[in-house]
Write a protein that binds this ligand. Structure first.
Ligand SMILES: [Zn+2]
Length: 480
């Protein structure tokens, strides 16, 4: 195939997690399972009702705009976007067209064109040959972030989407879970022969409900367009949906142009003046921004020098990253030696063991009873060889369940380490007798066999033997 240039622009929608809806005081409660309970005449679109603007939602979009270095427009406004669909009772959606709250900005090297605020539609549930409407979602504040068409691969689009999700979570303005529909990604894709100044024909991709689907749908669509061009055929400007089951994009309809929506300034809402601090205090919002993922990632690399994957796991959850830093600083307060080894142990036991325990119980790091201080104490015990890795896991599980400190747990559960040589020697001799093959292969130079034997002794001692001493005694007896 010849060389082609891919151009992708993304439109990302995310539901804000404000307490109430965008234009009425109904609760914005994602966890509500009963249909049509958080509704009122405003979000049901009854004639003659008046919307009011949710200030918190405005502030949250501005925070996102500030975080991405965008321009906050002094004069902004809501517009009506007219179209009919059963999930839109008013026959129009209140959105923003000419004067969005935020223009410009940048994230991970991708330029952002605009960020605006609108209301979400109701949810349609299709059952058999009929459909049901749940208006709990109607009027939930929804942000739309539009990038410039500057992304040149499916992978970069995926990475950008993930970074947007991360920043929404860091700002604590949206849970942004794609599988739950709290974040939705649409992509404009065009392919043109390399070297062409003009972009190819734009196809809009919808129905993308997971990050995996973002990548798969884009990869498929890029290939489809390349094949058409290769055959000398034309790409049609249209909207295509991603069919997850078949793994292909399918034509849905011709693409609407902006004028099809008959945008007009929303007559029931005043234009917004964001210049006076009494209305929206930009400086205060700027000061309230947390350290953002990009900056935190760079700082973690510099300060902790962990493997990249581990850094990513920590940065992937703002509260996990904060827990890690607290545990490290507690560790450094307790133990002056073994700094880098200690930091690595904190990261290991946090990202694999504690995170594993949290997953088991469906809890978040914010909810664990194991304090960073106790966590650091445990790492000191591990570092000094006072507990084996096996016992460390037992202690950690107990810490997470009860909030007790590790030394208390050791005392209460009788987990004190056995360092008594004669006691260990008895166990070692038993294991040597039971594992003659391993002993022989160690004698032949297979060092793995020694680790195997250490493991057997540790298992026999229920993890309580000092592994250092076990190894020494094993060697001594075998080599004798
Ligand atoms: Zn309402």
């Amino acid at each position: 195939m010849s060389q082609y240039k891919t151009t992708i622009g993304l439109e990302i929608h995310a539901e804000l997690k404000t307490r109430t809806k965008m234009f009425c005081s109904c609760l914005n409660d994602f966890l509500e399972t009963r249909p049509n309970v958080n509704v009122c005449p405003v979000c049901l679109g009854h004639p003659g009702v008046m919307p009011t603007i949710n200030r918190k939602a405005i502030e949250e979009v501005i925070k996102l705009g500030l975080a991405l270095g965008g321009e906050i427009l002094n004069h902004s406004r809501f517009d009506r976007k007219s179209y009919f669909y059963p999930d839109l009772p008013k026959g129009y959606q209140i959105s923003q067209y000419e004067l969005p709250l935020v223009k410009g900005g940048e994230l991970s090297g991708v330029q952002v064109r605009r960020i605006h605020l609108e209301e979400d539609t109701a949810r349609l549930l299709h059952e058999g040959n009929h459909s049901l409407v749940d208006f709990n979602r109607a009027g939930v504040p929804l942000i739309e972030l539009v990038t410039e068409p500057v992304i040149d691969s499916a992978l970069k689009a995926l990475e950008f989407g993930k970074e947007v999700q991360l920043i929404l979570r860091y700002l604590d303005i949206s849970d942004a879970d794609m599988e739950k529909g709290q974040m939705r990604v649409e992509a404009n894709v065009s392919v043109a022969p390399a070297g062409h100044e003009e972009l190819g024909t734009k196809v809009e991709l919808k129905n993308i409900n997971s990050f995996r689907a973002v990548k798969n749908a884009l990869v498929h669509e890029i290939e489809r367009q390349k094949e058409l061009l290769e055959k000398g055929e034309k790409v049609i400007q249209e909207t295509r949906g991603w069919n997850e089951v078949k793994g292909i994009t399918v034509s849905q309809r011709g693409k609407e142009e902006a004028h099809d929506y008959r945008y007009l300034p929303e007559p029931d809402l005043p234009p917004m003046e964001l210049t006076t601090p009494e209305v929206i205090n930009l400086e205060e919002l700027r000061r309230s921004l947390p350290e953002l993922p990009e900056a935190k990632r760079e700082r973690f690399k510099q300060e902790f020098n962990l493997p990249e994957k581990q850094t990513d796991v920590l940065i992937g959850d703002r509260y996990l990253a904060e827990y890690f830093e607290e545990a490290v600083s507690e560790f450094l307060a307790l133990e002056e030696n073994g700094k880098s080894k200690g930091i690595q142990l904190v990261a290991n036991y946090l990202t694999s063991d504690l995170v594993g325990l949290l997953k088991e119980s469906g809890a978040r790091i914010q909810d664990t009873k194991a304090t960073p201080e106790n966590f650091a104490e445990l790492v000191v015990l591990i570092l000094k060889g006072d507990v084996s890795s096996r016992i460390a896991k037992v202690i950690l599980r107990e810490m997470a369940a009860t909030g007790m400190d590790p030394n208390e747990i050791i005392g209460e559960k009788g987990l004190t380490q056995i360092s008594d040589e004669s006691e260990i020697t008895n166990t070692v001799e038993k294991i040597i007798n039971e594992n003659r093959d391993a002993v022989e292969s160690y004698k032949e130079g297979k060092t793995n066999s020694l680790q195997f034997l250490v493991g057997q002794v540790m298992a026999e001692a229920k993890g309580r033997a000092n592994p250092q001493i076990v190894q020494e005694i094993l060697k001594k007896i075998i080599e004798k």
